[in-house]
Design a protein around this ligand. Structure first.
Ligand code: HEM
Length: 459
């Protein structure tokens, strides 16, 4: 535990020189965030040559703006990302392109308006309260925070976007996701060489499990609708009601399944990671832990649930800073369709263009003390000074995270309830190492010791 107001949480030391081809292939497979050099953290763009072709890492705010906003139509989701995600998420909103993507996005947008998120607020608070109760009932004070936060995030979905529940326990889903990340979701040498690859060992079983579980969730909702009961207005009902404007046909079964799994996956995985990182960072900073505790003690029960988030600027700043230092979507990749120019670099058609929030958020030219944990930068009055294209934990432009407001709201609510009830201490001797497996997570989970902050009957 560090008493100072700012400290440097663990991150890979940038390399002085680039890795050779074989070293790079091994490092990407082990942990892609260990491949970057000092130059990546200092320059606006770095070009490299790899077996699958030429690629560029862009860390220039104007370049980020061009890729994600001004010339977004020229940058499609790249093949590597699709290889890792498509086996599970098929052609859902996260991976679809052009008209197919636009139709899905338009349909689902009403679920994520500020008004709708406000309407979810009481349900989110209830999910957080139930998670606190579950943690209170545990005999063992040592918990894996990453697993617990995944459970909490699935419960949030069960109370909101999939309001009649998923047809499996939160734990089963969490374990299946871990198995997916360690098999199909792990980059292989074949992916890096651009060669076809078979589904890795263990991957087929987990993919079948996802298909079965999602089909059961969808069929339970269809039965409910067929029985004449008014279904809840949630993501699943919207997907089932979607009609092709020309043919009047419903969403094809595979796209329906893809979107259901996408919303469960995208809707809990990143949320769980961001809460885990925030709890870790707070455990390492007396100063910020005390400030968050003081804020939630004073404000959690001091007004309506709908306005809770507005009452917690310090808690929000801690989460924003956690998303800066450990952005769960740490690497965003695109393929250029036509030629372009970014940060003085000529972009050729077919070139892989990467923006890594992990690098952008720690860039030496864009941030003061980039590797230090200091939520002050996100407090009202300071936040306005941050370049909006230098901080993109949710992406930007038309493909920006559709669940951004939902996620910001639920993580603040969850962190407030958790901090009100408990203090989380890192297990003595545990070494934290961030590792990238589709998302950025602490390797091997995050063992912490729970210390209740108030008597059981006071929630
Ligand atoms: C802290 C939590 C979250 C983070 C950091 C995060 C981050 C991101 C990022 C960076 C993207 C853009 C990917 C790209 O441009 O390649 C994205 C897309 C997406 N996210 Fe999130 N996300 C979070 C929570 C959520 C939640 C709660 C949901 C759903 C309830 C969600 C659903 C989606 C979907 C469906 C897309 C694809 C959008 C599209 O392509 O139109 N995310 N997310």
């Amino acid at each position: 535990m560090i008493a100072a107001t700012a400290f440097r949480p663990p991150a890979p030391q940038p390399r002085e020189t680039p890795l050779g081809l074989f070293g790079w292939l091994a490092a990407v497979r082990r942990n892609p965030i260990e491949t970057w050099t000092q130059a990546h953290y200092e320059r606006p763009a770095i070009v490299s040559w790899r077996p699958s072709g030429k690629r560029v890492l862009v860390s220039d705010p104007a370049g980020v703006r061009r890729i994600f906003l001004d010339n977004a139509a020229n940058y499609r989701k790249d093949d590597l990302q699709l290889r890792l995600l498509r086996p599970q998420r098929g052609n859902g909103i996260l991976t679809a392109e052009a008209d197919e993507w636009r139709a899905q996005r338009r349909l689902l947008a009403p679920m994520f308006t500020p008004r709708q998120i406000g309407a979810f607020a009481p349900a989110m608070a209830e999910a957080a309260r139930q998670s606190v109760e579950r943690l209170r009932r545990r005999d063992d004070r040592e918990i894996d925070v990453l697993s617990e936060m995944a459970r909490l995030a699935i419960e949030m979905l069960n109370h909101t976007l999939f309001s009649s529940g998923l047809s499996c326990e939160a734990d089963e889903y969490r374990l299946a996701m871990t198995s997916y990340f360690n098999t199909v979701g792990r980059i292989s040498i074949l992916d890096l060489l651009g060669l076809p690859r078979p589904i890795p060992r263990g991957g087929r079983a987990v993919l079948n499990w996802f298909c079965r579980t999602i089909d059961e969730t969808i069929s339970a909702r269809r039965k409910l609708i067929a029985s004449g009961v008014t279904p809840p207005r949630d993501v699943l009902t919207l997907l089932l009601e979607m009609r092709d404007p020309e043919t009047g046909q419903g969403m094809p079964e595979d796209v329906l399944r893809s979107n259901t799994v996408t919303f469960i996956g995208a809707g809990h995985e990143n949320t769980a990671n961001s809460l885990t990182w925030a709890l870790y960072l707070l455990s390492q900073s007396h100063h910020w832990r005390d400030r968050v505790e003081a804020e939630v003690d004073a404000k959690l029960n001091a007004g309506p649930k709908e306005t809770l988030v507005d009452r917690l600027p310090v808690t929000k700043a801690v989460l924003d800073e956690a998303l800066r230092l450990y952005p769960p979507s740490a690497i965003l990749t695109r393929t250029a369709i036509s030629a372009d120019e970014i940060a003085g670099t000529r972009i050729e058609p077919g070139m892989m263009v990467t923006v890594a929030p992990f690098v952008l958020h720690r860039h030496r030219k864009l941030w003061d003390r980039p590797d230090e944990f200091d939520p002050t930068r996100f407090l009202p009055g300071n936040r306005e000074r941050i370049d909006r294209f230098a901080y993109i934990p949710f992406g930007f432009g038309p493909r920006v995270c559709i669940g951004m407001s939902f996620a910001l709201h639920e993580t603040i609510v969850a962190l407030a309830h958790l901090t009100y009830a408990f203090r989380f201490e890192l297990k003595h001797g545990h070494v934290v190492r961030p590792v990238h497996r589709i998302t950025l997570r602490p390797q091997g989970g995050l063992p912490m010791i729970l210390q209740p902050r108030r008597p059981t009957n006071e929630v």
